[in-house]
Write a protein that binds this ligand. Structure first.
Ligand SMILES: C[S@@+](CC[C@H](N)C(=O)[O-])C[C@H]1O[C@@H](n2cnc3c(N)ncnc32)[C@H](O)[C@@H]1O
Length: 204
């Protein structure tokens, strides 16, 4: 299915009615569901883990995290009120049980002390972020020693290609190395029409 350009631009910051439609597409597209579930599986989330997702969108991966982190805390951060409303509706029981917090904003507003999270991840957000070095420094600061970061990306829009996915993997790897992450590896998930990549690293 080819998505019209008016909707495609909404993926970076969904707003209003079109934003709601964009969220609906994200929540129902098979490839999106698969790469969100896959990312959470790669992180091997434990029952007591504290987990942060940057750009949680309609909250699919949050839902998967919550099924693993049954005694922990999951935080979804997104600069779109429209997306947070969908993520809240999808995961309202976890909010009521105080296992899920949804925060409006971007990494700049990320509060809290250092060494807070066991896992931090994003799914198809990295392409919108301007200063990746600063992003991975913030992740490093907020992760506990031994904590893991995961960055998943599947090129969308016009002319997506496997080469673009691997270019991003190389760029992310470079920034993770510079930030001091170790045990860096890239995984690939076979999806149509092209694969998704996930770069994982550990804070030593
Ligand atoms: C393509 S959507 C992906 C949503 C979700 N991760 C998924 O895979 O279903 C990108 C999401 O990242 C959010 N986003 C983009 N840039 C952001 C930023 N700098 N800070 C916070 N959220 C951001 C958007 O609002 C949107 O919800």
């Amino acid at each position: 299915m080819r998505i019209p350009d008016t909707i495609a631009t909404q993926f970076e910051h969904p707003r209003g009615l079109l934003g709601h439609m964009t969220g609906w597409i994200m929540a129902h597209r098979t490839s999106n569901k698969d790469r969100n579930r896959w990312t959470v599986d790669l992180l091997d989330i434990q029952p007591t883990d504290h987990v942060l997702e940057l750009g949680c969108g309609p909250g699919l991966a949050l839902q998967s995290c919550l099924s693993h982190a049954t005694e922990g805390l999951v935080v979804g951060l997104d600069h779109s009120e429209t997306m947070l409303a969908q993520a809240a509706a999808r995961n309202r029981h976890a909010i009521k049980d105080k296992r899920l917090e949804l925060w409006l904003g971007s990494l700049r507003e990320l509060s809290g002390s250092a060494d807070q999270y066991d896992k931090i991840y994003s799914v198809n957000v990295v392409q919108f972020l301007e200063d990746l070095q600063a992003v991975f420094s913030v992740f490093h600061h907020h992760l506990k020693p031994g904590g893991m970061v995961a960055t998943t990306y599947m090129p969308r829009g016009q002319n997506p290609s496997k080469a673009k996915a691997w270019q991003m993997a190389d760029e992310v790897t470079r920034h993770m190395v510079r930030t001091g992450f170790t045990q860096i590896r890239t995984e690939e998930l076979a999806l149509k029409p092209i694969p998704a990549i996930c770069v994982l690293g550990t804070r030593s």
